[in-house]
Design a binder for this molecule. Sequence first.
Ligand code: FMN
Length: 287
Amino acid sequence: MLASGILGYSAETLESIVEGGAGAVVTKSIGLKQREGYANPTVVQASCGLINAMGLPNPGIDEFVKEIRQAKAVVKVPLIVSVFGYSEEEYAKVAKKAVDAGADAVELNVSCPHVRETGSEIGQNPTILSEVVRKVKAVVSAPVIVKLSPNVTSITELAETAEKAGADALTAINTVRAMAIDAETTMPILSNRIGGLSGPAVKPIAVRCVYDVFEHVKIPIVGCGGIASWRDAVEFVLAGASAVQIGTAIALKGPSVFRAVARGVDSYLRRNGFESVNQIVGLAHKS
Ligand SMILES: Cc1cc2nc3c(=O)[nH]c(=O)nc-3n(C[C@H](O)[C@H](O)[C@H](O)COP(=O)(O)O)c2cc1C
């Protein structure tokens, strides 16, 4: 799947991702009202990844429903709309509008590491997280996926909370809180100072999160964080993921990264005598 926030705004870009071989697409996170996002710079290159603080720029759900309808007409794979809000009610309103417009599922972004009063504040607090999931589940019949933050003491507690509140699946992980400072100007590089790290640098953290969460929940896990090759994808599945998302790797490898990963996973399965990816989900826990 395409991870949220990377090329996930318009029907055209989503279509190019599907042509690249993605089995499902997640849109950029959408809120109730339009948000400008932060001033530049919003992305900075780190040694093994990117640090971003976009500030959740989005047109607001009432405008975005047009894109959802257009995308549904051209995108022949499941369309998952990523949703954020500042209250339980906002999450529920946005999710309902997205599903009414044709979204096949919603992914709740309760884990944005750099916008105050949404994201992490919700994803780090079991009581609020539970209320958000319950309110959304009460108004939509489509599957509800909860995207977990790695910026917590116990990701398993939040995963269990989401499952108990009715989540149908979990995505692990969103970006890891990070920053970069320019030695010459002596200033933080991102306009927001703090951002979220993605790409190969976070992969071992993400694999550990999926591994831990798998031991505590029964619902499917979508692995995400630093996947760029079939070997990375297999690692996540062995840790317990039933599907994977790719984001940052698209910047380097282009949309065809999806087909390359899928083909690589297929030949890995064949080489090792497995009939389906389901046979290797969580296999690392048995060894
Ligand atoms: C530029 C950029 C924008 C992002 N925007 C969002 C977003 O709007 N919502 C969200 O849930 N995650 C967002 N993410 C996080 C990704 O979906 C993903 O969880 C993270 O980047 C780790 O995966 P990766 O290493 O494959 O990129 C963003 C990441 C990047 C790099």
